[in-house]
Ligand binder design. Structure first.
Ligand code: BGC
Length: 764
């Protein structure tokens, strides 16, 4: 696609490009999500600029939630800066309104650029070539750029252009809430070619300023559009080029009073810098991000491209430096789950950032730390001690799970996850520890991490119930990761993660006491932590119940084995099980059907603790009972299948997680990209097939590549070093860059000391 100076960024390597070959209205929402642009601060769905019928513009500013009119806070859909359309004496140049003879869009994953080319034909059969390219800058995160070229290929034309900010945007809301705007306009101005709009959230929590300008280039002359609505006259064969530059500033950065001034001067400086330079800056930003994050798979081109697509979305979502923000279940690509943050970010996404861009992982953990007080308030309100994190989290850290929803058939569906899905607290503690093991970031731990571990352990110590008959501890009335079973006692995942939380908190207390005695004493004073409390963690942990059958199968919760077995003999085109035709959903809790990996999730997270026999027995037992009704399930299954040596199943599960959004296999990509799957696919490739994962504090490399893969290479941050790892079927090549010392790593089961800066090879 020709786009003047953009042309040189437009890679010809198809493995870096996701293409839309034609206009298919039924795919509009899916493409909007897939073609989302983002830079961690801003996300913008890949809408067509002219906003055809049913398009769902989504412009999101990370961390901007509003509650007005909703049951719970939701991520605010902001004014859309990428709107622009041309009209020609009563005919709109639009994919629905006008005929077209050719159409194509391309998302350049390498450079974060979205290209479009459409050849329109008006009612007088004259052709117009419409081209656009746009980006949200990865160098200057408050900035976006769009260039549109229009060529009147076959005759002169008088055109009207509308390039104003689209203020008609709303959040789509649920069935009962209906669509709603979460903001009102506080200021509008158009002066000196700059359109300025300031909006304020209805809760009064934020103010956001937009400043945009449009530059017109025609016949070798450049001018700034005086208004965002203007006329253009084109001669036959002539091209007009419109460059729209915008900046978005929020009261998160500045006081509302200063927003206008700062947005306007930022815009001016950007315009002075010029589009070519702004693009170069942006592209350089992307290059820096790709460096540590790129994965190369030889021998499987479709896998390679899908991995790039997933990694692209992971990079778009990495919280902006200094933002202390996390990532919602649908990234910044849709309104699904109202932008809320779940365990998806701490368990499924965090490993990717920890091992590629640890600074982004730290931002995500800081998000949790900043809400530790709110978590303590939740615990207190529920009669517990310590910190109890909400199942769904947004701006304030309060519980944001809606307590009910209305189904399309009018039925009211009560939701209990916030009351019972308590494992999230241990998941967050796990994320903190996992980050610490990988990075050795003492500063983070001293400022936040140790406190988080102690306060989450304190919660569990108050949450467990002592059973005097068996002298054990129990956790009753919970929902595990498998949400089909509510109100269960002793869910193995919850109990074991709680146990892990208690033990690790104690271990870290001893570590902190010996390494940082002054800080330890100060923290203990501040949070009133006495040695008796720490000892109690050690007393409770081993007595937390988990039932294991003789053959090694762990009972998912008390009484699970007695539930009805449903055999799943039919499978869909992706190889995933289908429920029997006469199955009644309301009975699901009475059956052994599992929504998503639960016991297997435990075995994957605490992989180093459970032996090969236990993993295999549980995989063989639970896999046939799992229906994967959450996108979180298949990636975990890919990892555990690889771990137990079932490579065929692992490859099939891996494809299921890898293509969820690229092929819309769950049918709901239009609501946004499944964030957890992005991270899970990365983990399945690196930890599952590459066999590269930390276990008991030591990095393991135990590869098991799918047969068709010839080579897997990637870089991996580990304890301050950047490891370049290349895996083939019979060997592992390693280079430890920027390592401070020799690194102990277990490769093919043997401990090795990896020297810094020297290439080494290990054979199987
Ligand atoms: C899953 C949860 C997940 C949530 C958001 C639910 O369907 O059961 O585990 O956190 O979706 O992705």
């Amino acid at each position: 696609m020709k786009q003047k100076h953009f042309e040189r960024y437009h890679t010809s390597n198809k493995e870096w490009v996701v293409t839309e070959e034609s206009w298919d209205p039924s795919q509009q929402g899916v493409r909007e999500a897939q073609f989302t642009l983002g830079n961690g601060l801003l996300g913008s769905r890949g809408i067509y600029e002219e906003l055809p019928q049913d398009s769902q513009p989504g412009t999101f500013l990370a961390g901007f939630f509003d509650r007005t009119g909703s049951l719970v806070a939701e991520l605010v859909n902001m004014p859309n800066p990428f709107r622009l359309w041309f009209a020609l004496k009563g005919e709109k140049l639009g994919i629905v309104a006008m005929d077209f003879t050719a159409h194509r869009r391309e998302l350049d994953l390498k450079h974060g650029l979205l290209f479009r080319q459409t050849t329109y034909r008006d009612t007088r059969k004259r052709k117009f070539l419409y081209e656009s390219v746009r980006f949200l800058s990865m160098a200057d995160r408050n900035l976006g750029v769009m260039q549109v070229n229009l060529t009147a290929s076959e005759g002169a034309a008088d055109l009207v252009v509308e390039a104003a900010l689209d203020l008609s945007v709303w959040n789509s809301g649920t069935v009962t809430e209906g669509r709603k705007k979460h903001w009102r306009i506080r200021e509008v101005a158009h002066k000196g070619g700059t359109e300025y709009v300031r909006i304020a959230g209805l809760d009064g929590g934020y103010s956001v300023a937009f400043a945009t300008t449009v530059m017109i280039q025609q016949g070798g002359k450049r001018r700034v559009a005086r208004d965002s609505h203007f006329h253009i006259r084109l001669k036959k064969g002539e091209t007009v080029s419109l460059a729209k530059v915008f900046v978005i500033h929020s009261s998160g950065d500045l006081s509302a009073a200063r927003l206008g001034e700062s947005a306007r001067s930022h815009l001016k400086a950007a315009v002075r810098r010029g589009i070519p330079q702004l693009t170069r800056d942006h592209v350089r930003g992307w290059q820096k991000l790709w460096g540590p994050a790129a994965i190369t798979v030889k021998g499987a081109p479709d896998v390679q491209k899908a991995l790039r697509f997933n990694t692209y979305h992971l990079l778009c979502s990495a919280p902006a430096p200094g933002s202390r923000g996390s990532i919602g279940a649908k990234t910044l690509s849709g309104e699904g789950y109202r932008g809320h943050i779940f365990w998806d970010s701490d368990i499924f996404l965090l490993p990717f950032y920890t091992h590629t861009h640890p600074w982004a992982a730290a931002e995500m953990l800081l998000y949790r730390y900043d809400r530790l007080n709110a978590a303590e308030q939740i615990a207190t309100a529920r009669g517990y001690r310590g910190a109890m994190y909400p199942w769904e989290s947004a701006g304030t850290g309060e519980e944001e799970t809606p307590s009910w929803a209305k189904g399309l058939n009018g039925s009211v569906i009560p939701i209990h996850t916030h009351e019972q899905e308590h494992h999230i607290t241990a998941d967050i503690a796990y994320a903190v520890h996992r980050y610490y093991v990988a990075t050795g970031d003492d500063d983070f731990m001293l400022a936040c991490g140790f406190e988080m571990l102690f306060k989450t352990a304190r919660f569990w110590a108050s949450r467990v119930e002592h059973n005097p008959r068996s002298d054990s501890y129990e956790i009753k009335k919970v929902i595990g990761p498998d949400e089909f079973h509510e109100d269960v006692d002793n869910n193995a995942y919850t109990n074991m993660m709680a146990k892990w939380n208690l033990l690790v908190a104690r271990r870290m207390a001893l570590h902190m006491k010996s390494e940082f005695p002054r800080e330890f004493a100060a923290l203990c004073r501040r949070i009133d932590l006495k040695s008796g409390e720490i000892t109690s963690w050690k007393r409770i942990a081993p007595r937390l119940a988990m039932k294991v059958r003789k053959d090694g199968v762990i009972e998912q919760f008390d009484g699970y084995f007695k539930r009805r077995r449903i055999r799943l003999s039919n499978h869909n085109e992706y190889g995933l099980p289908k429920l029997p035709k006469n199955f009644l959903w309301q009975d699901v809790g009475e059956t052994q059907l599992v929504k998503q990996a639960d016991v297997l999730m435990l075995l994957q997270l605490l992989s180093g603790i459970f032996g090969a026999h236990t993993k295999k027995a549980n995989y063989q037992f639970y896999e046939p009972r799992t229906v994967h009704k959450s996108s979180l399930s298949v990636g975990t299954h890919a990892m555990i299948a690889a771990d137990v040596g079932d490579l065929e199943a692992a490859s099939s599960f891996f494809r299921d997680v890898l293509f969820i959004d690229l092929q819309n296999t769950m049918g709901n990509t239009a609501e946004g990209i499944h964030a957890a799957s992005l991270g899970n696919a990365w983990q399945a490739a690196i930890a599952g097939f590459g066999g590269v994962y930390p276990s008991k504090g030591i990095l393991q490399i135990r590869p098991r590549l799918p047969r068709e893969w010839k080579e897997l290479s990637f870089s991996y941050r580990w304890q301050g070093a950047e490891l370049a790892i290349t895996i083939e079927h019979d060997k592992v090549r390693l280079l430890a860059r920027s390592a401070r010392k020799r690194l102990p790593i277990r490769i093919y089961g043997h401990m090795r000391d990896i020297p810094a800066g020297k290439k080494v090879v290990f054979r199987k």
